[in-house]
Design a binder for this molecule. Structure first.
Ligand code: SF4
Ligand code: ZN
Length: 124
């Protein structure tokens, strides 16, 4: 059982930030009519990875982010591969497809808006 204060690798921390930002873009563009609330951060490693970033998400997107962060925090690989290239596929059925949809949408959203600087920041 990892300590609550275990430092995450840079890669895991970055993957958590990208996941949060991409889900937030997706939620903002798809779920305008849904009630939203700040995502409650209960894990110190997640708090340390996200810094003072506040993610305001609908219930479904909160659930997705919660699932994704749990999987990333428990990921046994070090260094961690990209989830899309991983053979373990630890996400529960339904979540993996949803995360792929979210990452694809938000990546294309940034490209269409000429935010290649941001995309590069996320990917490299
Ligand atoms: S899919 Fe693979 S790389 Fe991604 S969190 Fe799960 S075990 Fe780790
Ligand atoms: Zn949402």
């Amino acid at each position: 059982m990892p300590s609550l204060f275990e430092r995450l690798s840079d890669k895991k921390g970055k993957d958590l930030r990208v996941l949060g930002d991409f889900i937030a873009i997706y939620c903002r563009e798809h779920h305008q009519a849904e009630a939203k609330a700040p995502f409650p951060i209960k894990d110190d490693r997640l708090r340390s990875a996200l810094g003072d970033k506040s993610l305001v998400l609908c219930q479904d997107c909160s659930r997705l982010f919660n699932h994704g962060t749990a999987k990333l925090l428990l990921c046994p690989y070090d260094p961690k591969p990209k989830c899309k290239d991983c053979e373990t596929h630890c996400y529960a059925p339904g979540y993996r497809e949803k995360v792929r949809e979210v990452m694809k949408f938000s990546g294309q959203y940034l490209i269409k808006r000429g935010r290649l600087d941001l995309l590069a920041h996320y990917l490299f």
